[in-house]
Ligand binder design. Structure first.
Ligand code: HEM
Length: 181
């Protein structure tokens, strides 16, 4: 089994829990809550990534940043961001970075489905669902990430899946806070 599928197996419960929390967002109110949760999850994480000294194994590869698009989506609805989580710091070792990025970049796979749901609510990549447009238009970046992941000389699946589950946990906290707001 390759590394990606090991990570998928070891995070499947976390993904299912998050998916259950977000739900199907079939009303615009649900979509607003999803958007605020996603914004509050991604902004601190992307700030951490922006200040990261990248492990050499990643070469020139960098993740797709959707924070600015999420802010623009919130602005489309005149929604205020939910209060941010406190400082987000993670170990910069390659396994932790792999696990965290697996969650961030892998979420573009589910974004296809979310994008279809958003379209049914009348949203698009130029209004309200800009971040989903960005995520679904960059499949090559995910493929390049997988190539780096599989080719890395050193990889510890336990450390990487620990970091991935932590990222899912951070997402769950961000979405829970927004649901309660
Ligand atoms: C209601 C919300 C969500 C739904 C319905 C959903 C659905 C899906 C689906 C259907 C896939 C598999 C797609 C495929 O194999 O082509 C997927 C993959 C994935 N999603 Fe989600 N997702 C949701 C939210 C999220 C969020 C918020 C994150 C991250 C914080 C996330 C992270 C991932 C990851 C990492 C994968 C890749 C798994 C793999 O290795 O194949 N998902 N999602």
């Amino acid at each position: 089994m390759d590394r990606r599928f090991k990570l998928r197996e070891k995070t499947s419960q976390s993904h299912a829990a998050l998916e259950g929390l977000i739900g199907a967002f079939d009303t615009i109110g649900d979509y607003h809550r999803y958007l605020r949760g996603m914004h509050s999850f991604r902004i601190p994480l992307e700030a951490w990534l922006s200040s990261l000294t990248w492990p050499p194994v990643f070469g020139n590869w960098r993740p797709v940043m959707i924070g600015a698009a999420l802010s623009a989506d919130l602005a489309d609805f005149s929604l205020q961001p939910h209060s941010m989580m406190d400082d987000f710091t993670l170990s910069p070792d390659p396994d932790s970075v792999f696990g965290t990025l697996y969650v961030l970049e892998g979420s573009m796979l589910g974004a296809k489905l979310l994008s279809n749901r958003a379209r049914q609510l009348g949203l698009s990549e130029s209004f309200g669902a800009r971040h989903l447009g960005l995520q679904t238009s960059t499949p090559a970046n995910w493929q390049m990430f997988l190539a780096v992941l599989e080719d890395s000389a050193q990889f510890n699946v336990d450390d990487a899946s620990h970091a991935a589950n932590r990222a899912f946990h951070v997402a769950r906290s961000a979405f829970s806070n927004t649901m309660e707001a």
